[in-house]
Write a protein that binds this ligand. Structure first.
Ligand code: MRU
Length: 350
Protein backbone atom coordinates (compact mmCIF):
# COMPACT_ATOMS: atom_id res chain seq x y z
CA UNK A 1 0.00 0.00 0.00
CA UNK A 2 2.54 2.56 -1.07
CA UNK A 3 0.18 4.79 -3.07
CA UNK A 4 -0.47 8.08 -1.34
CA UNK A 5 -3.88 8.73 0.24
CA UNK A 6 -4.63 5.00 0.23
CA UNK A 7 -4.50 3.14 3.54
CA UNK A 8 -7.78 1.19 3.75
CA UNK A 9 -8.61 -2.41 2.77
CA UNK A 10 -12.11 -3.81 3.41
CA UNK A 11 -11.68 -7.33 1.97
CA UNK A 12 -8.78 -9.42 3.25
CA UNK A 13 -7.69 -13.01 2.63
CA UNK A 14 -5.49 -13.82 5.61
CA UNK A 15 -4.48 -17.12 7.22
CA UNK A 16 -6.60 -18.88 4.58
CA UNK A 17 -9.70 -17.07 5.84
CA UNK A 18 -11.88 -14.30 4.46
CA UNK A 19 -12.11 -11.17 6.58
CA UNK A 20 -14.59 -8.39 5.82
CA UNK A 21 -14.63 -4.96 7.43
CA UNK A 22 -18.24 -4.68 8.62
CA UNK A 23 -19.43 -1.55 6.79
CA UNK A 24 -22.72 -1.50 8.69
CA UNK A 25 -20.79 -0.46 11.79
CA UNK A 26 -18.67 2.31 10.27
CA UNK A 27 -17.65 4.93 11.22
CA UNK A 28 -18.29 4.16 14.89
CA UNK A 29 -16.59 0.76 14.97
CA UNK A 30 -13.90 -0.86 12.83
CA UNK A 31 -14.61 -4.60 13.08
CA UNK A 32 -13.42 -7.33 10.72
CA UNK A 33 -15.73 -10.41 10.60
CA UNK A 34 -14.23 -13.79 9.66
CA UNK A 35 -15.90 -16.14 7.19
CA UNK A 36 -15.32 -19.86 6.64
CA UNK A 37 -18.58 -20.65 4.82
CA UNK A 38 -19.84 -19.49 1.43
CA UNK A 39 -23.50 -19.25 2.54
CA UNK A 40 -22.44 -16.82 5.25
CA UNK A 41 -20.51 -14.86 2.62
CA UNK A 42 -23.65 -14.64 0.45
CA UNK A 43 -25.59 -13.37 3.46
CA UNK A 44 -22.87 -10.79 4.20
CA UNK A 45 -23.24 -9.46 0.65
CA UNK A 46 -27.05 -9.30 0.94
CA UNK A 47 -26.81 -7.58 4.33
CA UNK A 48 -24.20 -5.08 3.08
CA UNK A 49 -21.44 -6.06 5.48
CA UNK A 50 -19.51 -5.61 2.23
CA UNK A 51 -20.90 -3.47 -0.58
CA UNK A 52 -19.79 -1.68 -3.73
CA UNK A 53 -19.77 -3.52 -7.06
CA UNK A 54 -16.09 -4.57 -7.33
CA UNK A 55 -15.84 -5.46 -3.62
CA UNK A 56 -18.91 -7.68 -3.96
CA UNK A 57 -17.30 -9.52 -6.91
CA UNK A 58 -14.01 -10.03 -5.06
CA UNK A 59 -15.82 -11.24 -1.95
CA UNK A 60 -17.86 -13.73 -3.99
CA UNK A 61 -14.61 -15.06 -5.54
CA UNK A 62 -13.25 -15.77 -2.05
CA UNK A 63 -16.68 -17.23 -1.21
CA UNK A 64 -16.11 -19.79 -3.99
CA UNK A 65 -12.80 -20.76 -2.34
CA UNK A 66 -14.70 -21.46 0.89
CA UNK A 67 -17.39 -23.44 -0.98
CA UNK A 68 -14.79 -25.57 -2.73
CA UNK A 69 -12.98 -26.24 0.56
CA UNK A 70 -16.21 -27.34 2.24
CA UNK A 71 -17.42 -29.54 -0.62
CA UNK A 72 -14.02 -31.24 -1.02
CA UNK A 73 -13.97 -31.98 2.73
CA UNK A 74 -17.48 -33.47 2.52
CA UNK A 75 -16.63 -35.59 -0.55
CA UNK A 76 -19.39 -37.59 -2.27
CA UNK A 77 -20.51 -38.14 -5.85
CA UNK A 78 -22.81 -35.08 -6.13
CA UNK A 79 -20.05 -32.56 -5.38
CA UNK A 80 -20.59 -30.71 -8.68
CA UNK A 81 -24.32 -30.25 -7.99
CA UNK A 82 -23.61 -28.95 -4.49
CA UNK A 83 -20.99 -26.55 -5.83
CA UNK A 84 -23.41 -25.30 -8.47
CA UNK A 85 -25.91 -24.55 -5.69
CA UNK A 86 -23.18 -22.60 -3.84
CA UNK A 87 -22.48 -20.56 -6.98
CA UNK A 88 -26.21 -19.82 -7.41
CA UNK A 89 -26.56 -18.78 -3.79
CA UNK A 90 -23.65 -16.35 -4.13
CA UNK A 91 -24.96 -15.03 -7.47
CA UNK A 92 -28.39 -14.31 -5.96
CA UNK A 93 -26.98 -12.25 -3.07
CA UNK A 94 -27.55 -8.90 -4.85
CA UNK A 95 -28.93 -8.29 -8.35
CA UNK A 96 -27.59 -5.03 -9.79
CA UNK A 97 -23.78 -5.15 -9.61
CA UNK A 98 -22.69 -7.29 -12.56
CA UNK A 99 -19.21 -7.70 -11.03
CA UNK A 100 -20.74 -10.46 -8.89
CA UNK A 101 -21.74 -12.62 -11.89
CA UNK A 102 -18.51 -11.68 -13.67
CA UNK A 103 -16.31 -12.88 -10.79
CA UNK A 104 -18.32 -16.10 -10.35
CA UNK A 105 -18.07 -16.88 -14.05
CA UNK A 106 -14.30 -16.38 -13.93
CA UNK A 107 -13.96 -18.62 -10.85
CA UNK A 108 -16.23 -21.25 -12.43
CA UNK A 109 -14.16 -21.35 -15.63
CA UNK A 110 -10.99 -22.10 -13.68
CA UNK A 111 -12.71 -24.61 -11.38
CA UNK A 112 -14.42 -26.66 -14.05
CA UNK A 113 -11.37 -26.62 -16.39
CA UNK A 114 -8.80 -27.86 -13.86
CA UNK A 115 -6.75 -30.87 -14.94
CA UNK A 116 -6.99 -34.17 -13.04
CA UNK A 117 -4.88 -34.18 -9.87
CA UNK A 118 -4.68 -30.37 -9.57
CA UNK A 119 -4.64 -28.75 -6.12
CA UNK A 120 -8.17 -27.36 -6.47
CA UNK A 121 -8.20 -25.13 -3.39
CA UNK A 122 -4.81 -23.56 -4.22
CA UNK A 123 -5.96 -22.88 -7.79
CA UNK A 124 -9.13 -21.21 -6.51
CA UNK A 125 -7.20 -19.06 -4.03
CA UNK A 126 -4.80 -18.00 -6.79
CA UNK A 127 -7.68 -16.95 -9.07
CA UNK A 128 -9.51 -15.04 -6.32
CA UNK A 129 -6.29 -13.25 -5.40
CA UNK A 130 -5.71 -12.40 -9.08
CA UNK A 131 -9.22 -10.89 -9.34
CA UNK A 132 -8.49 -8.87 -6.20
CA UNK A 133 -5.06 -7.63 -7.30
CA UNK A 134 -6.20 -6.85 -10.85
CA UNK A 135 -9.00 -4.71 -9.41
CA UNK A 136 -6.56 -2.59 -7.39
CA UNK A 137 -4.30 -2.20 -10.44
CA UNK A 138 -7.32 -1.21 -12.59
CA UNK A 139 -8.33 1.40 -10.02
CA UNK A 140 -4.86 2.92 -9.98
CA UNK A 141 -4.84 3.07 -13.79
CA UNK A 142 -8.33 4.64 -13.86
CA UNK A 143 -7.20 7.08 -11.19
CA UNK A 144 -4.53 8.44 -13.51
CA UNK A 145 -6.77 8.41 -16.63
CA UNK A 146 -9.65 10.13 -14.85
CA UNK A 147 -7.48 12.74 -13.11
CA UNK A 148 -5.98 13.64 -16.51
CA UNK A 149 -9.47 14.72 -17.67
CA UNK A 150 -9.70 17.31 -14.91
CA UNK A 151 -8.08 20.36 -16.43
CA UNK A 152 -9.10 23.32 -14.31
CA UNK A 153 -7.35 23.33 -10.97
CA UNK A 154 -8.52 24.37 -7.55
CA UNK A 155 -12.21 23.52 -7.82
CA UNK A 156 -14.21 21.02 -5.83
CA UNK A 157 -15.50 17.68 -7.06
CA UNK A 158 -18.89 16.25 -6.21
CA UNK A 159 -19.25 12.52 -5.64
CA UNK A 160 -22.12 10.24 -4.71
CA UNK A 161 -22.28 7.06 -2.61
CA UNK A 162 -19.00 5.37 -1.66
CA UNK A 163 -16.71 4.25 -4.46
CA UNK A 164 -13.45 4.03 -2.54
CA UNK A 165 -11.25 1.37 -0.99
CA UNK A 166 -14.32 0.17 0.89
CA UNK A 167 -16.24 -0.49 -2.33
CA UNK A 168 -13.42 -2.16 -4.26
CA UNK A 169 -10.29 -4.26 -3.79
CA UNK A 170 -8.61 -1.03 -2.79
CA UNK A 171 -7.97 2.60 -3.91
CA UNK A 172 -11.42 2.99 -5.45
CA UNK A 173 -13.03 3.89 -8.76
CA UNK A 174 -14.42 7.45 -8.60
CA UNK A 175 -12.62 7.90 -5.30
CA UNK A 176 -9.47 6.59 -6.99
CA UNK A 177 -9.74 9.46 -9.50
CA UNK A 178 -10.28 11.81 -6.58
CA UNK A 179 -7.23 10.38 -4.73
CA UNK A 180 -5.12 10.79 -7.86
CA UNK A 181 -6.43 14.29 -8.69
CA UNK A 182 -5.82 15.39 -5.11
CA UNK A 183 -2.27 13.99 -5.19
CA UNK A 184 -1.70 16.09 -8.34
CA UNK A 185 -3.07 19.22 -6.59
CA UNK A 186 -5.94 19.42 -9.06
CA UNK A 187 -8.81 19.59 -6.61
CA UNK A 188 -9.25 21.60 -3.47
CA UNK A 189 -12.07 19.71 -1.81
CA UNK A 190 -14.44 16.78 -2.19
CA UNK A 191 -18.14 17.42 -1.81
CA UNK A 192 -19.83 14.14 -0.85
CA UNK A 193 -23.57 13.57 -1.07
CA UNK A 194 -24.67 11.93 2.17
CA UNK A 195 -26.46 9.34 -0.04
CA UNK A 196 -29.80 8.56 1.54
CA UNK A 197 -31.08 6.16 2.65
CA UNK A 198 -28.07 3.99 3.59
CA UNK A 199 -25.76 7.01 4.01
CA UNK A 200 -22.74 5.58 2.20
CA UNK A 201 -21.50 9.16 1.70
CA UNK A 202 -21.85 10.30 5.29
CA UNK A 203 -20.73 7.08 6.94
CA UNK A 204 -18.18 5.65 4.49
CA UNK A 205 -16.87 8.24 2.00
CA UNK A 206 -16.39 10.86 4.70
CA UNK A 207 -14.65 8.29 6.94
CA UNK A 208 -12.37 7.17 4.12
CA UNK A 209 -11.39 10.67 3.05
CA UNK A 210 -10.83 11.95 6.58
CA UNK A 211 -8.65 8.89 7.25
CA UNK A 212 -6.57 9.60 4.15
CA UNK A 213 -6.37 13.36 4.84
CA UNK A 214 -8.40 14.56 1.82
CA UNK A 215 -10.69 17.52 2.68
CA UNK A 216 -14.34 16.50 2.51
CA UNK A 217 -17.58 18.42 2.92
CA UNK A 218 -20.84 16.51 3.27
CA UNK A 219 -24.12 17.74 1.86
CA UNK A 220 -27.66 16.46 1.78
CA UNK A 221 -28.39 14.86 -1.61
CA UNK A 222 -30.97 17.57 -2.29
CA UNK A 223 -28.29 20.29 -1.93
CA UNK A 224 -26.25 19.07 -4.92
CA UNK A 225 -28.00 21.21 -7.58
CA UNK A 226 -27.60 24.30 -5.40
CA UNK A 227 -23.87 23.54 -5.03
CA UNK A 228 -23.52 23.30 -8.81
CA UNK A 229 -25.41 26.58 -9.30
CA UNK A 230 -22.86 28.30 -7.06
CA UNK A 231 -20.03 27.16 -9.38
CA UNK A 232 -18.17 25.29 -6.66
CA UNK A 233 -17.70 22.09 -8.67
CA UNK A 234 -16.63 21.51 -12.27
CA UNK A 235 -17.01 17.73 -12.24
CA UNK A 236 -19.33 15.14 -10.74
CA UNK A 237 -17.39 11.87 -10.47
CA UNK A 238 -19.23 8.62 -9.65
CA UNK A 239 -18.81 4.86 -9.91
CA UNK A 240 -21.17 2.28 -11.35
CA UNK A 241 -22.75 -1.08 -10.58
CA UNK A 242 -23.45 -1.96 -14.20
CA UNK A 243 -22.88 -0.17 -17.49
CA UNK A 244 -24.95 -1.32 -20.48
CA UNK A 245 -23.56 -1.74 -24.00
CA UNK A 246 -24.80 1.74 -25.01
CA UNK A 247 -23.13 3.49 -22.06
CA UNK A 248 -26.21 3.81 -19.82
CA UNK A 249 -25.01 3.69 -16.22
CA UNK A 250 -26.67 2.04 -13.21
CA UNK A 251 -25.41 3.46 -9.94
CA UNK A 252 -26.60 4.33 -6.44
CA UNK A 253 -30.03 5.95 -6.28
CA UNK A 254 -29.61 9.71 -6.69
CA UNK A 255 -26.90 9.47 -9.36
CA UNK A 256 -29.43 10.17 -12.13
CA UNK A 257 -30.68 13.38 -10.48
CA UNK A 258 -27.05 14.50 -9.99
CA UNK A 259 -26.44 13.90 -13.72
CA UNK A 260 -29.55 15.86 -14.73
CA UNK A 261 -28.53 18.76 -12.51
CA UNK A 262 -24.96 18.63 -13.85
CA UNK A 263 -26.17 18.88 -17.45
CA UNK A 264 -28.35 21.90 -16.59
CA UNK A 265 -25.46 23.70 -14.86
CA UNK A 266 -22.71 22.86 -17.39
CA UNK A 267 -20.90 20.66 -14.86
CA UNK A 268 -19.11 17.65 -16.41
CA UNK A 269 -20.18 14.12 -15.43
CA UNK A 270 -17.59 11.29 -15.19
CA UNK A 271 -18.26 7.60 -14.51
CA UNK A 272 -15.32 5.51 -13.34
CA UNK A 273 -15.65 1.71 -13.44
CA UNK A 274 -13.52 -1.30 -14.39
CA UNK A 275 -14.52 -3.35 -17.44
CA UNK A 276 -15.81 -6.01 -15.00
CA UNK A 277 -18.71 -3.56 -14.45
CA UNK A 278 -19.54 -3.34 -18.18
CA UNK A 279 -22.31 -5.69 -19.32
CA UNK A 280 -22.19 -5.82 -23.11
CA UNK A 281 -25.03 -8.39 -23.11
CA UNK A 282 -27.55 -5.66 -22.23
CA UNK A 283 -28.30 -3.24 -25.08
CA UNK A 284 -29.48 -0.46 -22.78
CA UNK A 285 -29.89 0.49 -19.14
CA UNK A 286 -33.62 -0.30 -19.27
CA UNK A 287 -32.65 -3.98 -19.02
CA UNK A 288 -30.54 -3.63 -15.86
CA UNK A 289 -32.20 -5.26 -12.82
CA UNK A 290 -32.71 -2.68 -10.09
CA UNK A 291 -32.53 -3.91 -6.51
CA UNK A 292 -35.44 -2.94 -4.28
CA UNK A 293 -34.45 -2.86 -0.62
CA UNK A 294 -36.53 -2.90 2.54
CA UNK A 295 -38.82 -0.02 3.50
CA UNK A 296 -37.15 0.17 6.92
CA UNK A 297 -34.06 1.82 5.33
CA UNK A 298 -36.22 4.79 4.26
CA UNK A 299 -38.62 4.88 7.19
CA UNK A 300 -35.90 4.81 9.85
CA UNK A 301 -32.37 5.89 10.64
CA UNK A 302 -29.83 3.94 12.66
CA UNK A 303 -32.44 1.34 13.52
CA UNK A 304 -34.88 3.93 14.85
CA UNK A 305 -38.16 4.79 13.15
CA UNK A 306 -38.28 8.44 11.99
CA UNK A 307 -41.23 8.43 9.57
CA UNK A 308 -44.83 8.79 10.65
CA UNK A 309 -46.41 5.47 11.58
CA UNK A 310 -48.59 4.24 8.74
CA UNK A 311 -46.44 5.76 5.95
CA UNK A 312 -45.14 3.36 3.31
CA UNK A 313 -41.80 3.63 1.48
CA UNK A 314 -40.35 3.03 -1.99
CA UNK A 315 -36.69 2.06 -1.87
CA UNK A 316 -35.00 1.39 -5.23
CA UNK A 317 -31.29 1.06 -4.40
CA UNK A 318 -30.08 2.14 -7.85
CA UNK A 319 -31.10 4.26 -10.82
CA UNK A 320 -29.98 4.44 -14.44
CA UNK A 321 -28.33 7.53 -15.92
CA UNK A 322 -28.76 7.66 -19.71
CA UNK A 323 -25.52 7.75 -21.71
CA UNK A 324 -26.44 11.16 -23.15
CA UNK A 325 -25.87 12.71 -19.70
CA UNK A 326 -22.41 11.14 -19.35
CA UNK A 327 -19.34 13.09 -20.54
CA UNK A 328 -16.79 10.36 -19.88
CA UNK A 329 -16.67 6.70 -18.90
CA UNK A 330 -13.24 5.81 -17.54
CA UNK A 331 -12.18 2.14 -17.48
CA UNK A 332 -8.76 0.54 -17.10
CA UNK A 333 -8.80 0.01 -20.88
CA UNK A 334 -9.26 3.69 -21.63
CA UNK A 335 -11.61 6.66 -21.68
CA UNK A 336 -14.85 6.79 -23.67
CA UNK A 337 -16.06 10.35 -24.24
CA UNK A 338 -19.78 10.88 -24.90
CA UNK A 339 -20.43 7.12 -24.88
CA UNK A 340 -22.28 5.27 -27.63
CA UNK A 341 -22.68 1.56 -28.37
CA UNK A 342 -19.95 1.73 -31.03
CA UNK A 343 -17.45 3.53 -28.77
CA UNK A 344 -18.14 1.15 -25.86
CA UNK A 345 -17.61 -1.89 -28.12
CA UNK A 346 -14.32 -0.47 -29.44
CA UNK A 347 -13.09 0.17 -25.88
CA UNK A 348 -14.03 -3.34 -24.72
CA UNK A 349 -12.23 -4.94 -27.68
CA UNK A 350 -8.90 -3.30 -26.76
O1 MRU B 1 -25.58 -0.36 -2.44
P1 MRU B 1 -24.11 -0.19 -2.57
O2 MRU B 1 -23.49 0.58 -1.45
O3 MRU B 1 -23.41 -1.52 -2.81
O4 MRU B 1 -23.93 0.67 -3.87
C1 MRU B 1 -22.64 1.01 -4.29
C2 MRU B 1 -22.63 1.95 -5.42
O5 MRU B 1 -23.64 2.30 -5.98
C3 MRU B 1 -21.29 2.37 -5.93
O6 MRU B 1 -21.36 3.66 -6.45
C4 MRU B 1 -20.86 1.41 -7.05
O7 MRU B 1 -20.89 0.08 -6.59
C5 MRU B 1 -19.51 1.71 -7.55
S1 MRU B 1 -18.32 1.37 -6.32
C6 MRU B 1 -16.82 1.25 -6.89
Amino acid sequence: MTTSYDTIRAVLWEDDKLKLLDQRLLPQQEVYNEYQDSDAVAQAITDMVVRGAPAIGITAAYGVVLAVRKRLAEGGSDIVERLERDFTHLADARPTAVNLAWALERMGKVLFDLPEGADVERAMIAEARAIHEEDIAANQKMGELGAALIEEEGYGILTHCNTGSLATGGYGTALGVIRSAFAHNKISRVYADETRPWLQGARLTAWELVKDAIPVTLLADGAAAHLMKQGRVKWVVVGSDRIAANGDVANKIGTYSAAVAAKYHGVKFMVVAPTSTVDMSLASGDLIPIEQRGADEVLGLGGQRIAAEGAEAWNPAFDVTPAELVDAIVTEKGVVLNPTTEKMAAMMEK
